[in-house]
Write a protein that binds this ligand. Structure first.
Ligand code: GAR
Length: 212
């Protein structure tokens, strides 16, 4: 059997998506392993979840900037990831924009989960945006990260209905279990090479006619 792909999860808060990844990796047959969890928030529940699972949990002081990490934090992050030989970074509710330098270094190796059917409703409060627009369907998207906000090639999506009396809270509660289902699945697809990024587009092994 191939060695599991070493991944890092970046999370700023509650960490329920992180938990779904940790639970998936509990299965020894899962093709990835969480080497470390990184947060820009020292008191993030995500860090606690990592520790409870015996995974390295690291707080990176983000610096003064509101939306981005400081250059210093960026450098430290790249150093830690190189040290742990991380091959894939999964953003799971990580509320900072990664630098161009970071994304160039990890080109095609950073993925994100977002609580809408992208390209609709990128950015903050995606569930609230969906309710306010009165869309009948919303959901979640796992995508490769590029230098835009919630842009980049889409790997998996799941749709849920939006009800006329939904609030952002009730819609978020309907979307979340779908996030927990498709995020580990996307990581599995990448780790096994079933899906790869070729010239900025997704390439599926099945469509290429190759066998596993
Ligand atoms: C999730 O709903 C995730 O999709 C969203 O933050 C939440 C984190 O929850 N991410 C974004 O909005 C990114 N643009 P969690 O900490 O319980 O995984």
């Amino acid at each position: 059997m191939k060695a599991p792909l070493p991944i890092a999860v970046f999370a700023s808060g509650r960490g329920s998506n992180l938990q779904s990844i940790l639970d998936a990796t509990d299965d020894p047959a899962f093709p990835a392993t969480v080497e470390l969890v990184i947060s820009d928030q020292a008191d993030a529940r995500a860090l606690e979840r990592a520790r409870l699972s015996g995974v390295n949990a690291i707080h990176i002081a983000p610096g003064e900037k509101r939306a981005r990490l400081s250059e210093e934090a960026d450098t430290r992050l790249l150093h830690i990831l190189a040290e742990k030989k991380v091959r894939l970074v999964a953003l799971a509710g990580f509320m900072r924009i990664l630098s161009g330098r970071f994304l160039r270094e990890f080109f095609g190796q950073v993925i994100n989960i977002h609580p809408s059917l992208l390209p609709s409703f990128p950015g903050l409060d995606a569930q609230d945006q969906a309710v306010r627009h009165g869309v009948r369907w919303s959901g979640c998207t796992v995508h490769f990260v590029d230098e835009g906000v919630d842009t980049g090639p889409i790997i998996l999506q799941a749709a849920v209905p939006v009800k006329s009396d939904d609030t952002a809270v009730t819609l978020a509660a309907r979307i979340l279990p779908e996030e927990h289902r498709i995020y580990p699945e996307a990581i599995r697809l990448i780790s096994t090479g079933e899906v790869t990024l070729v010239n900025g587009r997704l390439s599926w092994r099945q469509e290429r006619g190759e066998s596993l």
